[in-house]
Design a protein around this ligand. Structure first.
Ligand code: BTN
Length: 249
């Protein structure tokens, strides 16, 4: 289980996928001090401040059916969320599907990417990309992000060793995925729901077709898909897309 560090790289997820397709074993990890093209979900950029954030990607080869793979993002959220809550000493909130918040502000983003489905079962992999705002101060971020992001340092009032954090994170992630393989999704979903930022709150969701759904979040179901109840009582299932809290009227 190798660990590769780069002072600077385009994206740790891109590198990890390359290594995975060359046969890297489960647990192999890529991390970097800076990413020039850090990627988020839905083609968004992940702002990678040099030297003070943790930007890493872990290759996993879980023994799961294809339809279970999409739940890995939520499984990762629980693993990372619980670790950060312990280290920072505050509760975290999880925002479906993949963000971790402290005090209503984003601290972590997760981008899970799977191998193409048409490759041999024994060659399949998932790359779990995790970006954590660790030792940055708010002034390190562009002005337009400062009201919506936070860092472990801002929340805990102390700095963290990035390498120690990386190894703790990988250990938690692997053991949470082992639990998922052995005991299924239900116990992990129950934990996820206890940390749900949006549950019962009015929100807006833009689905993949660009259609805006406005309603109250009912949380993820047993498949990991979000349910949103619109004003007329209709339940909408959200597979993907962008979700945000509705603006107060
Ligand atoms: C999101 O918030 O939309 C997900 C952000 C994921 C960022 C991490 S940083 C390490 C890894 N490499 C990337 O290019 N992206 C992920």
């Amino acid at each position: 289980m190798d660990t590769y560090y780069f002072d600077s790289i385009d994206s740790t997820n891109v590198k990890a996928k390359e290594l995975a397709s060359l046969g890297a074993v489960s647990g192999t990890t890529v991390w970097a001090g800076y990413q020039s093209e850090g990627r988020g979900r839905l083609g968004k950029e992940w702002h990678s401040v040099a030297g003070n954030g943790l930007y890493c990607s872990v290759i996993l080869r879980p023994e799961l059916k294809i339809e279970e793979i999409s739940k890995i993002t939520l499984v990762t959220g629980v693993a990372v969320g619980k670790l950060l809550a312990e280290l920072v000493g505050k509760e975290v909130q999880l925002k479906w599907p993949n963000d971790i918040y402290f005090s209503g502000k984003k601290c972590v983003g997760i981008l899970a990417e799977s191998s193409p489905l048409n490759i041999e079962a024994n060659e399949r992999y998932v790359v779990i990309g995790i970006g954590i705002n660790v030792n940055q101060s708010l002034v390190d971020f562009p002005a337009e992000l400062r009201s919506t992001v936070t860092t472990m340092y801002e929340e805990a009032g102390k700095k963290f060793d990035l390498e120690k954090l990386l190894y703790a994170l990988r250990e938690r992630l692997i053991s949470q995925v082992n639990m998922f393989e052995q005991h299924g999704f239900a116990p992990i979903l129950a934990e996820w729901r206890r940390m749900d930022l949006l549950l019962g709150r009015e929100m807006e969701c833009v689905d993949v077709q660009g259609k805006v759904v406005r309603g109250v979040s009912r949380g993820p179901d047993s498949n990991g898909n979000l349910h949103v109840e619109s004003i007329d009582g209709t339940l909408h299932r959200v597979l993907s897309g962008d979700v945000r809290l509705a603006a107060k009227k």
